[in-house]
Design a protein around this ligand. Sequence first.
Ligand code: CTP
Ligand code: CA
Length: 256
Amino acid sequence: VVRLFHPKDLEGKKILVTAGPTREAIDPVRYITNHSSGKMGYAIAEAAEKRGGLVTLISGHTSIFPPFGVDVVKVTSALEMADAVMQNMDDADIIIKVAAVADYRPLEPKSSKIKKDKVNAVSEHSVSETFSAVGQDLTDASSFPDVNSFSANAALTIDLVENPDILKMAGERKTKQFLAGFAAETENLDENALAKIRKKNLDMIVGNIVGVEGSGFESDTNKVKFFFRDGTVEELPLASKKQVAHTLLDRILAKI
Ligand code: CTP
Ligand code: CA
């Protein structure tokens, strides 16, 4: 069903949506992130705005334009996203946390670019030994050493530390807000989704199995399953992210 006209059933409601990936700095030119495109969160923000909602979208870096009429707060890291959510959640009626927050960040982001020669200095001896032991003939591609046979000798270790769980923080802080999370899983979707509802004090979780054809991170369509706090479960057919957004808002409205 393509909706041309939207009921203004979210008129006056404040909706907070988080979307996109977070970026966790390794050094000034590199970061750790994930495959989130932001499309699902942006579709929800857009749908809520069209239905009359007052929407704040807290977004990590994405390559898509924010929907018209939506207040956008741009963030980079999980720590920044946590701050923005805490600052914007108290007067929200509905909070939908779609963002793919990086679970870990580098413990000590370097203030200058990590240079290979400095990393390799420690293990230079073993790397050159591997090269000479292989005795490769550079004119014969088949005799090239397997990259894995010497990469271990030039290993770089980055210590990671866990990021705060923003959704769990919101669950602890919330009063009257309806709080929805998302969960991408590769296995045991039902079990993990229900556990996350309890652990994070959520009203619902939208689960999707990563790896289903036409579903997930960069796709325009999504195959999701709704899990509610009261144990109700609803599996939707593969649908556009826009359609999923509207159905999600329909269900949330029925609960509040
Ligand atoms: N989430 C969050 N802050 C984090 C990690 C996750 O707010 N540091 C939120 C996501 O925005 C999402 C939900 O928690 O709405 C579920 O994310 P998911 O990665 O599935 O769950 P985790 O609790 O991180 O567990 P795991 O990755 O181990 O499955
Ligand atoms: Ca996670």
